[in-house]
Design a protein around this ligand. Structure first.
Ligand code: NAP
Length: 492
């Protein structure tokens, strides 16, 4: 079968790599190659950054008012809405996510563009209430220049939308580097941006491998901001790259998010929320609620209900409407999950469900897996699996639950299940995480910000402040006095 061919977009031109090199993308449901992409070298990356820099300085882009930029983003949102099914099918083929999940994500995507479009002409400066009467000072928020956006494979379109929309709203230009495992939909997004009338060179996309294409992009001297989503180990490389160009950084990294179930919770709801948190997207979600802290009084009841519900999860072809769990996105990720399970068993964690591949002929599937752990220090309680593996532990008091929730290098999200309103607010206040869900899990909105504490990264995406992350503040001083300048050797 011939592979579908994709090209990169550099300065508005659709192009192969200068070397002519390509790589194949594999369909996780079959393990077979389905598409081919250019393998961009440092030379290709340089072309893309130069094109983005030229576009940033161009009269065409700079003469657009913020309101006009907002209109372009709205148009892009409309085009995404008109192409939902195509984009959803493509993403599901490329990264193996359930079609019902990719449809859901893509249908909400336009909202990020509409919301952020409205922010484009609300990026305001301030007048400073100075302590010097003969001076007027005000601030201006200016775009940074070329933004490098590094995107992982788990939710490529969504994670790109929350970078592209604010970057462009603020007047920057951008070079996208998708994961080598899921490049297709970002390329389609750039085609839609072209149709929306976004000028050539404002959005570019280079495809290739992380350590070559990604590193060339993040260390490029003309990159002014790196918006990165991915794992902590890669983030360390990106931070080192930014030592070359002093680019501003936002890092959205992983998590080991706790779901805390108190004895007064609606347990049916909690079990559903736990399933959503760890088995949706086969656990390949940055906010996966992978650590379950359950009060001892309801521990057996919750774990039995969870095992029962999870054992009924329909594993299958991600493009079939009835499937509830698809494959892991890559063979490497499947191997990572298997090594975690092996280590958990070797360390004495009690396997309650799964712990193996299902009996299927092809594809990188793994069963929903539940382990009972005896200590929050266990490897499985501390390290991110990024797969369908839940680690459960009992607690006795609220203080103990909080201590365990916060005893983690990560701080991305947390779920709190209780009907006690005072406890809900107390625990929400005291858990060290960027996102807290009470009696629900995995809810997103264009108005809500995403980002973590500690090793889950820094910077915030989505929400009202997202555009400010793509600006630089400038302070302008105006001398109002008609007196000659005083002593030049003394700071005023
Ligand atoms: P990853 O291996 O860190 O890769 C992320 C991106 O970085 C990919 O595009 C990758 O390209 C690229 N990359 C790899 N090495 C690079 C280098 N030296 N310089 C520049 N770029 C480089 O992460 P992943 O396995 O794809 O994604 C899973 C991780 O992302 C998990 O930890 C998850 O929790 C996190 N995540 C966080 C959020 C959030 O919002 N906080 C959302 C989703 C995922 P290649 O893939 O081509 O190597």
């Amino acid at each position: 079968m011939s592979l579908q061919q994709f090209q990169m977009c550099i300065g508005g031109e659709w192009t192969n790599a200068i070397s002519g090199n390509t790589f194949d993308s594999l369909n996780p449901a079959t393990g077979e190659a389905w598409a081919q992409f250019p393998d961009a070298s440092a030379e290709d990356v340089n072309r893309a950054v130069e094109a983005a820099d030229t576009a940033f300085r161009s009269a065409e882009w700079r003469s657009l008012t913020p309101t006009a930029r907002g209109k372009l983003l709205r148009k892009l949102g409309d085009l995404i809405a008109a192409n939902t099914e195509t984009l959803a099918q493509l993403e599901s083929t490329d990264n193996g996510k359930l079609i019902r999940e990719t449809r859901g994500q893509v249908s909400y995507l336009p909202e990020f563009f509409y919301y952020t479009a409205g922010l484009a002409d609300k990026i305001e400066g301030e007048t400073l209430p100075l302590d010097k009467q003969d001076m007027l000072a005000y601030t201006i928020r200016e775009p940074l220049g070329v933004v490098a956006a590094i995107i992982p494979w788990n939710s490529p379109l969504y994670l790109t939308a929350i970078k592209v929309a604010p970057a462009l709203a603020a007047g920057n230009t951008i070079v996208l580097k998708p994961s080598e495992h899921a490049s297709a939909t970002l390329i389609e997004l750039v085609k839609l941006a072209e149709q929306a009338g976004i000028p050539k060179g404002v959005i570019n996309v280079v495809t290739g491998y992380g350590p070559s294409t990604g590193a060339a992009l993040t260390s490029h001297p003309k990159v002014r901001k790196i918006a990165f989503t991915g794992g902590a180990a890669t983030a360390r490389h990106v931070i080192r790259s930014s030592a070359e160009n002093f680019a501003k950084l936002s890092l959205e990294l992983g998590g080991k998010s706790p779901q805390i179930v108190f004895p007064d919770a609606d347990l049916d709801s909690a079990v559903n929320g736990i399933v959503a948190g760890i088995f949706a997207a086969s656990g390949q979600s940055c906010v996966a609620g992978s650590r379950l802290l359950v009060h001892k009084d309801v521990y057996e009841q919750v774990i039995n209900a969870l095992v029962e519900r999870a054992s009924r999860i329909k594993i299958g072809n991600p493009q079939a409407d009835e499937s509830e769990m698809g494959p892991m996105a890559t063979a490497q990720q499947l191997a990572v999950v298997e090594s975690f399970v092996e280590r958990a068993q070797a360390e004495g964690a009690r396997l309650r469900l799964g712990g193996k591949r299902p009996d299927v002929d092809q594809g990188w599937y793994y069963e929903p897996t539940i382990f009972e752990c005896s200590s929050n220090a266990d490897y499985l309680m501390q390290e991110e699996v990024f797969g369908p593996v839940a680690a459960v532990i009992p607690f006795e008091t609220e203080e103990e639950a909080l201590a365990m929730a916060n005893d983690s290098q990560y701080g991305l999200a947390a779920g709190i299940w209780t009907r006690d309103i005072a406890r809900a607010h107390r625990v929400a206040r005291d858990v060290h995480s960027g996102i807290i869900w009470v009696n629900t899990y995995r809810v997103v909105s264009a108005m809500g910000s995403i980002g973590g504490f500690k090793s889950s990264g820094y910077g915030r995406e989505s929400g009202i402040d997202s555009v400010l992350e793509y600006t630089e503040r400038k302070t302008v001083w105006i001398n109002l006095s008609s007196e000659p300048m005083a002593d030049p050797f003394v700071m005023r």
